[in-house]
Design a protein. Structure first.
Lengths: 183, 183
């Protein structure tokens, strides 16, 4: 169905930076950072993690999170991701963290939430979904550095009202490290 | 330079929602929400506003803010916007608000900042830049509802450390109102 598309980088008229442009027709494919949103979902003092059924990082554990879609608010997107990945109905309590992953053009807006109704299960993009005590969290099998970061942000925040959201850790302010590079 | 592009909405293979797709070649133009970031810049207790030189809302006042670009952190983007629109070198103090404008697919992440070095001036996208006392703010000439919202968020937060960021106002939780519709 897909024939070759001939994209080149050039500066469109009236702009000051290169954009991905179709050399044939001039269509400009604007690339903007994308918003990932998700939640540390807490039940009985445990946190919910999903084992990924999809690449990247298939088989590794993450919080229910994903790309925000058009027409949603950010809280609606976070609730949809919990529904899709963990069949979970969540109530958002507040914002835990906002991380920039400049290397891949992502901003992650991550919330603290609780189960709004009982029950959860693996959705289509998850192999399994489980609740973990802090000491049971599979630290060596987490999917992304930001999962480490936000779990610690949740732990540090305690159970009360949330204050200012965390940002990137001081040793990775631009979100450029990969796992195994000190994350 | 630009010939007709024949985009239609259809569900790509393996997905569950319609995407803007080229009927000729199958290219999928993913549309994701975009991140706007900016700052309430404070100097001597006054706030900086820029009178827009560009559409939409040319001639109306806004805070220095704009679309985040690839390769930036969100704080870097907010500082760049202050530099571009107000020739201002700012230091970010914390996050004031995160707003969803679902109607147009935007998330706005707005900071409190101060001038890091003296001086400012109208950049290419501004007709003028001024500092306003609270009572001087041209409320009827603000460009967007979220400028109203964030100025009140700044005022309510006081001058000390910032707590949890504000979200949308209760009477517009999805950011669907336009100015003149109760904003």
């Amino acid at each position: 169905m897909s024939s070759a598309i001939n994209f080149i980088r050039r500066i469109p008229e009236g702009e000051d930076r290169e954009r991905l442009t179709c050399a044939d027709c001039g269509f400009v494919a604007y690339e903007n950072p994308k918003i990932v949103t998700g939640s540390v979902v807490v039940a009985d003092g445990k946190v919910m993690l999903c084992r990924r059924a999809i690449e990247p990082r298939r088989g590794f554990w993450t919080i229910p999170a994903g790309y925000m879609e058009m027409g949603e608010t950010i809280e609606e997107a976070a609730r949809r991701e919990a529904r899709e990945e963990a069949c979970a109905d969540i109530a958002i309590e507040g914002m835990l963290a906002v991380y920039s992953i400049a290397r891949i053009g992502q901003v992650q807006v991550l919330f603290r939430a609780r189960l709004a109704s009982p029950g959860f299960a693996a959705g289509a993009e998850s192999l399994e979904v489980r609740l973990f005590d802090w000491d049971e969290i599979p630290w060596d099998e987490l999917a992304f550095p930001s999962v480490h970061w936000v779990l610690h942000a949740w732990r540090d925040a305690g159970a009360g009202p949330l204050g200012a959201p965390r940002g990137n850790p001081p040793d990775d302010p631009r979100g450029v490290r990969r796992l195994g590079q000190g994350a």
